[in-house]
Design a protein around this ligand. Structure first.
Ligand SMILES: Nc1ncnc2c1ncn2[C@@H]1O[C@H](COP(=O)(O)OP(=O)(O)OP(=O)(O)O)[C@@H](O)[C@H]1O
Length: 318
């Protein structure tokens, strides 16, 4: 087994969501804080992919920002054992993250020039062409602007730009969510090939279990700022342990039976400003019992190797 490149330990991030101080004074309202990330742990080994999966608002993007250092943590730690200058990020919306006034050649060259200032122009140009070819674009595309490309091609440009920084670790925040299904598969295949060829490590964020199924070695399922289940991908699909993971799996479109209606997931994600007491999932959980309403389950190394935080899963294992 390879060595860990990233260790996340009891990581927390709170946001102050209080009203402005004058309103607070007038209305006598207390400060309010939102726990976007509420004590999470995971490890990623070199060359592997860990996927963070969960519904909108569960804290995935905040974890990405904590890992890349865009946000300082409110508690806990992110330990990166690689070269911090070789961590890059790929975003959901490549159009928003690519400068519309720059030609593709300059966009892709920028990280390279930052990493190796003084590189001769001819060498930069040659490298840009090489990178464009790596992601399946033509050398002549360097002279064009981002708006001249399709969504999938723009995401290829983002990937070429990320590669220009010679990364060892990539944080990918919903990199294919804005793309059509067929284009999505092409970009995912490209990312898999690059991982294999360049030995990259990925933290891959998605709301969609079917997307990460063929990408991730390990899947961590998040609910309201916490990891409720973490398992090797094959195990999670073969034997999901948390009732929330089972619900997520039920809502995956079934390619073999596309006409079958899927039951929508019951209930809404509660607000992280006032999370339910006990297990945050209990109001939506078909297996909830008394203890779940008052006590918060933790991932415990003695129970199923710490893969799940659920009292019902604990009962099933006896
Ligand atoms: N800067 C901020 N200030 C206040 N609240 C924030 C901030 N950033 C995120 N939040 C809140 O933190 C929670 C987690 O947000 P986050 O964006 O990490 O979730 P997510 O799972 O990535 O969702 P999405 O897929 O919609 O981006 C949400 O309730 C969000 O409203």
């Amino acid at each position: 087994m390879s060595t860990p490149i990233l260790e996340v330990d009891a990581l927390e991030r709170r946001f102050d969501v209080s009203a402005p101080w004058l309103n607070r004074l007038i209305e006598r309202k207390p400060r309010r804080s939102l726990r976007a990330v509420d004590g999470i742990d995971f490890t990623i080994r070199r060359g592997e992919t860990l996927a963070l999966v969960g519904e909108s608002g569960c804290g995935k993007s905040t974890v990405a920002r904590l890992v890349t250092g865009l946000y300082p943590p409110s508690g806990g730690a992110v330990r990166f054992h690689g070269d911090a200058t070789r961590m890059q990020m790929i975003f959901q919306d490549p159009f928003a993250s690519l400068n519309p006034r720059w030609r593709v050649g300059r966009i892709v060259a920028e990280p390279l020039v930052t990493l190796r200032p003084g590189t001769p122009a001819a060498q930069v140009r040659a490298r840009v062409e090489e990178l464009l070819a790596t992601v399946g674009l033509a050398a002549s595309d360097a002279a064009r602007y981002p708006h001249e490309f399709s969504g999938g091609q723009r995401q290829r440009i983002s990937i070429a730009r990320a590669l220009a920084g010679e990364p060892e670790f990539l944080v990918c925040d919903e990199p294919t969510s804005a793309l059509d299904v067929s284009v999505q598969a092409q970009v995912l295949n490209l990312m898999k090939r690059l991982q294999r060829e360049l030995g990259l490590t990925y933290l891959f964020i998605s709301h969609d279990l079917s997307v990460v199924r063929h990408m991730a070695d390990t899947i961590a399922v998040m609910y309201l700022g916490r990891i409720v289940e973490i398992q090797p991908t094959a195990d999670l699909f073969a034997r999901p342990l948390h009732p929330y993971t089972r619900l997520l799996l039920e809502t995956i479109p079934d390619l073999e039976a596309p006409k079958r209606d899927r039951a929508p997931m019951a209930g809404e994600v509660p607000s992280p400003i006032a999370p339910p007491p006990g297990c945050a999932f209990h109001p939506r959980c078909p297996l909830a019992h008394e203890r779940c309403r008052t006590e918060r389950p933790a991932r415990d190394a003695r129970l199923r190797e710490g893969r799940v935080a659920c009292f019902a899963a604990e009962r099933e294992s006896h």
